[in-house]
Design a protein. Structure first.
Length: 152
């Protein structure tokens, strides 16, 4: 496999992992199941993880769960409503985007926002992708200001 093909597969594997993260995080919020049970279910029973970056899924999902309150703290000041009023899908996508902006410096900030917008289009309400884009863009200005100024 060439480096180009490996990078292509890697991007798709990460995209699949992100989809599963959103589904697992949503399930955690709605079903109130323990983290371990959801993680085990996704690893054992979910076909979408077969071609996903499983390590990324586990690391980011666990990180989001552990940092949930901290992630709310980052997004709350940027919102026009209380975090508790967010749709669970919107909250999952915002938490994923926030987590990646904070903990995945190797990922370009624009790619993080683009992936989040696509996830919101896929799983969220009709116009939620615009809201997600707005919040994560403001957040990126704070968290990744050096990266943004370097690309401007």
């Amino acid at each position: 496999m060439t480096d180009k093909n490996r990078a292509f597969f890697s991007r798709h594997a990460r995209t699949r992992a992100r989809r599963s993260i959103i589904q697992a995080y949503y399930q955690l919020q709605i079903g109130k199941q323990p983290f371990k049970d959801i993680l085990n279910e996704f690893e054992a029973d979910r076909s979408e993880l077969k071609k996903a970056d499983i390590e990324y899924f586990k690391t980011v999902f666990k990180g989001m769960v552990e940092a949930s309150d901290m992630l709310d703290g980052y997004i709350a000041p940027l919102m026009d409503r209380p975090v508790k009023d967010l749709d669970p899908v919107e909250r999952a996508v915002l938490h994923l985007g926030c987590y990646e902006l904070l903990h995945c410096p190797e990922m370009p900030w624009r790619a993080i926002i683009n992936e989040a917008v696509e996830l919101a289009r896929m799983f969220g309400a009709e116009q939620s992708h615009k809201y997600i884009n707005s919040i994560l863009d403001k957040l990126a200005q704070q968290i990744r200001s050096e990266d943004i100024s370097a690309t401007s």
